[in-house]
Design a protein around this ligand. Structure first.
Ligand code: DQA
Length: 150
């Protein structure tokens, strides 16, 4: 089995997880999510490199830098999901398999959250399972990347 490296990108305000609107996003912190992702990845012969930024351009740069370094991208773009053509274009440009995740079910919330600019350029989207969305997303991405291995 080839070792896999996955880039995990967290968008704006996700650094405040644990204290930010816990009724919507839960009590788990970003550090804890990253720790559990690392643990889960290790069991699947993979590693994760996690990065959070509140800045759109920094997220675009991280996507570009993934080329040649990581085999796939797990992304929670936060509010940029609903606004950023730049993030969508970056994912399309690097052409790496990507999965979009959301802690909350964006379709049960305000209308402006119902549209994702990211959705058309990813393999799929997981939304509404709290921190579990990330773990389901990682599992799906690793399965996708391994599906062509003998
Ligand atoms: C979010 C949903 C977005 O609408 C919101 O702006 C976020 C978090 C989620 O994980 O549920 O910041 O991506």
């Amino acid at each position: 089995m080839q070792p896999l490296s996955i880039l995990v990108l967290h968008g704006p305000n996700l650094n405040l997880l644990g204290q930010r609107e816990p009724g919507i996003y839960g009590a788990v912190t970003l550090a804890e999510i990253n720790r559990l992702l690392q643990e889960q990845a290790a069991k699947m012969q993979a590693s994760v490199f996690a990065m959070q930024s509140n800045h759109e351009g920094a997220l675009v740069d991280a996507i570009h830098e993934a080329l040649g370094q990581h085999q796939g991208i797990l992304i929670n773009a936060g509010a940029y999901t609903h606004t950023s053509v730049a993030l969508r274009d970056a994912i399309a440009a690097v052409n790496l398999p990507a999965i979009e995740v959301h802690l909350s079910n964006i379709y049960r919330r305000e209308d402006f959250r119902h549209h994702s600019y990211i959705a058309p350029v990813v393999i799929g989207q997981i939304s509404g399972f709290g921190a579990q969305s990330y773990f389901l997303g990682l599992q799906a991405l690793v399965h996708h990347l391994r599906k062509d291995e003998g």
